[in-house]
Design a protein around this ligand. Sequence first.
Ligand code: NDP
Length: 259
Amino acid sequence: MSVLDQFVLDDKTAIVTGGSRGIGRALAEALAEAGADVCVANRNGDEARAAAEEIAETTGVETTGVSADVGTEDDVERLVEETVDQLGGIDVLVNNAGIARTAPAYEMSLETWNEVLRTNLTGVFLCTKHAGGWMVANGGGTIINMASMSAFVANYPQEEVVYHASKGGVVSFTRQLASEWAEHGVRANALAPGYIRTEMIDELLAENPEMEAAWLSEMLMEQMAPPEDLGGTVVYLASDASSYMTGETIVIDGGYTVR
Ligand code: NDP
């Protein structure tokens, strides 16, 4: 097998949560370009189905779009059932869905705290339980969790302790899951991006435009990346190219955390 053959995902099926836009959309496209059939899952079902159709048209793989809230267990169980029914199985789970909320901790409502943890951490657990559980029962697979460089460094100047708590949790969850599920043939790794230009970032900058200069001043690359810059890494983590890697987190941040 040539080295490039190791990256091919023909005959694989992937679920990408939050795959309708932003980073998730780029990851879903990358997996499809590598040959995987893809289920796009997010709360807005029309957007999920539209993204799935567009990906099928441009890549020729089978796709489906499912409306599912990753924090609702019934939705996640239905997501798994529909993916298996329509695409035949699950080999790759990308737990990408996530939200960010800013507020100083002394002003943050318990509602906001719970909202972020429910999506960013409970959602990772529920999708892992059901889609990863399907893998355990069916010979294995690979899980890719979306962490953030925020798991490793403080962000500035925005105040967002709950986001950092959630992403630190994702890194730790990933390491422990890898340890527990290696015997089931399931690998688990995480991606930890720096600033990627998406709606999430646009919303933060709309509140406080001067943050951008502060962010750029810390990046060796001096620019935010487009979501497509993460595509190669997700294909690597989903494929046999990373078959000896589990429990790790790959930081892709334009050099933000280097110094
Ligand atoms: P976007 O806001 O652009 O997209 C978020 C996606 O998640 C949408 O498809 C949204 O669809 C979906 N989503 C949100 N909540 C839920 C939910 N409860 N259930 C199912 N789907 C949901 O965000 P990004 O693309 O920027 O971020 C994607 C991931 O990458 C997040 O986990 C984020 O924390 C992480 N990340 C982002 C960075 C960045 O700089 N952009 C940096 C590091 C990490 P819908 O609203 O229809 O549900």
